[in-house]
Every structure is written in structure tokens, then in C-alpha cells.
Design a protein around this ligand. Sequence first.
Ligand code: GLP
Length: 230
Amino acid sequence: MKLVIATKEEIAKDIASRVISLVKGNPQAILGLATGSSPLETYAEIIKRKNEVSFKKVTSFNLDEYLDNGDITQSYRYFMDTNLFDHIDIKKENTHFPSKENLATYDDEILAAGGIDFQILGIGSDGHIAFNEPNTPFDSKTHVAELDERTIKDNSRFFKSIDDVPTKAITMGLSTIMQAKEIVLIATGKNKAEAVKKMFEKVDISCPASILNKHPNVTIYVDKDAAPVF
Ligand code: GLP
């Protein structure tokens, strides 16, 4: 895995440039997208540079979606619409999310589209990627996941109260993510430092993100606060 230590702004600019040049070279590129605060600046940067490229033929697959979520404005679909899709010329019908309905076919849909060319990831403070919590099997496909207490607590900052945070989600599995041709992971802030360190130390299911060590094309972007100290 390649490690890049940079500021949040530099990280966003670099990843946005990679996405834009990918789409310029391949207007039908397949993007794997993440929610959460980590990719927000990258999406803002893509929006800023939207005149440089067209996303009309791009297809996207999001990593995950809450299940049994009473508040639509807390859905990951809403997050992506408001933070990216509504501001670029991507066609909504080409943007996909895992759901109860497509649970069994999501991985096949990704494959049928040609596979993910470029996958953006964040990381949970417990080392989860998408909603693959510690001890999720490395060969997992898209599935329903129970969120760990720590994840529910972390994500409660986006909700009025911790009781409003959904306890289940549908997530791409670890093997789904590993099939992407190119992967970037963004980790910023002190609360990610422990997970980032663990990810580099040992490939083990106690830290789901550590599976990325087995992928041939991964860049881990961290700021100074999240940088691992060995
Ligand atoms: C959530 C998402 C992950 C995300 C993680 C980190 O649980 N399912 O995809 O990477 O949280 O979120 P943040 O970027 O807000 O720290």
C-alpha cells in the first residue's frame, strides 16, 4: 500500500484530479463511492472542477446504505445527492446503492457494469471499511451488517440522538471492495490514527481495512493527525 501524508486540502485535490483524469480518459468509468465526512472535501473539489469533465456516461456504486432508517435525509442516497450528484451532470439512474431489493444481485451488477475502476474509501475508528465491522470474513460479499456500538456512537454526531442511528446497514463486502481496480482510502484526524496503524501492522479480520494490504493498487491518504507512528 502506498502511504501519502498530506493536508486535507491536498488530499482532496489529489483524489479529485485522479477521478477527473480517469473520467477524461474513460468517460464510461465506474466509480465506487463512499459517504461520511472523509470524502466531503474531495466531492467539493470535483464539483469546483465540474466544467473540466462530463459524468454523463459514468456509473457509480455506493458502498453502503442504512437499513430501516426512518429519516430519508439521513440516508446515504440523500448524502450523495446533496454533496455530489445534484451538482454534476451524472445521471441519477446510473448511480447505485445497495438495498434490500438488490442485496443478492449488487455484486453481479457491479461485475456486469465492468467492475469498479476507482474506489474511494473512508475508515471507521474501529478499522471498518464501508460497514464491514471487525471480524467480517474477508470473502464477504454485499450483505446486511449489524453496526458495532463504537460505529453507532461515531455516527451519532450526524443524528439528533444516538437512539436515532440505524443499527443495521447493507454494505458491499470485503471481497466486493477488493475487486476494484484501484482503491484510495482517506483517514484524517486523531481518532483514526489507531485504526490506520493497525491496518499497516498485520492483515487480520480484527481490522477489516487491513485486507487492503493484499490489493495491488491502493493509496492510503492520511493527514498528520492520522499518520501511523511505528
Ligand atoms: C461510516 C461509513 C464508512 C465511513 C466511516 C467513516 O460508518 N459506513 O463508509 O468510511 O463511517 O466515516 P467518516 O468519514 O465520517 O469518519
